[in-house]
Design a protein around this ligand. Structure first.
Ligand SMILES: C[S@@+](CC[C@H](N)C(=O)[O-])C[C@H]1O[C@@H](n2cnc3c(N)ncnc32)[C@H](O)[C@@H]1O
Length: 251
């Protein structure tokens, strides 16, 4: 019975060649060809049911998106979400989205070095036991791979409800000497931001009143240069304001 179910899922996925990639290793170094353009590629590692990547692809047509999960049933569910998101524009095949079946353990066999511009890690499994730490998608052994895959504008955006996974991840990131920005311990403190695309887990945890932690990691040298320019400008404005005495405390 179970086998028949799985076979059905496989058949379903095989019939969706326009959206689903069952052999992603065959496209290593050639994802731009598959999309038919050289727009930046943004991926979500562990997309689950695919709400985030589907909505992102619809909202940002100027980028290419790839959602990856290791379970075929989740890829199937994501394909429904994706087609549904695009149906509002009466588009059957999302032009800038692919959903791939792959294990992040072998991600270097799916992408060439510098092939990606952004990696999203949303609510990655926390693996709370210390003996499973190596399985966390922000473990240094994974970060090392991500750094290789990202181009000069490369960034990693990470969200989680898990305080312990967040703490572990910040330490991994710091160990690589990577710059972090827009760090938040409670992303939705000010209430819901319409611009923010939510994942399934994010909605679930927010509904339970839990804080969402988020950080952006600047990996590529061009991204770092741009970040430093903005940061220095910000400080110049702040110093000028301080010198003119504006915004200073009376006391
Ligand atoms: C907790 S869910 C989060 C799903 C989604 N990102 C969200 O925020 O709603 C984690 C997902 O990562 C996937 N995942 C975990 N480890 C993975 C791996 N090594 N390779 C591919 N997918 C993985 C799981 O199958 C699961 O769908």
């Amino acid at each position: 019975m179970r086998l028949r179910g799985r076979k059905g899922i496989r058949e379903n996925l095989e019939q969706q060649e326009d959206l689903v990639v069952l052999e992603p290793k065959q496209h290593k170094g050639k994802w731009a060809e598959l999309f038919g353009n050289d727009h930046p590629i943004f991926v979500e590692f562990g997309m689950g049911k695919g709400q985030f990547i589907s909505q992102m692809s619809y909202k940002y047509p100027q980028y290419n998106f790839i959602g990856i999960d290791m379970y075929d049933e989740l890829v199937r569910r994501a394909s429904e979400k994706a087609r549904n998101a695009w149906s509002q524009a009466e588009v059957e095949t999302p032009p800038n989205l692919k959903l791939a079946l792959a294990n992040i353990e072998q991600i270097e066999e799916v992408f060439d070095p510098k092939e990606l511009e952004r990696i999203y890690l949303n609510f990655s499994d926390p693996w709370p036991k210390a003996k499973h730490a190596r399985r966390r998608l922000t473990h240094p052994r994974f970060l090392k791979k991500y750094i290789e895959l990202l181009n000069p504008k490369g960034q990693i955006h990470f969200k989680t409800d898990s305080e312990t996974l967040f703490e572990f991840s910040l330490n991994s990131i710091a160990d690589f000497g990577l710059q972090m920005t827009n760090l938040s311990l409670n992303l939705h403190r000010e209430g819901l931001n319409e611009e923010h695309v939510m994942t399934e887990y994010e909605q679930k945890f927010m509904g339970k009143g839990m804080n969402i932690h988020r950080v952006e990691v600047i990996v590529g040298e061009e991204a770092l240069r741009e970040y430093n320019e903005v940061r220095l400008d910000k400080y110049k404005v702040r110093e000028a304001t301080d010198e003119s005495g504006e915004d200073q405390d009376e006391a």
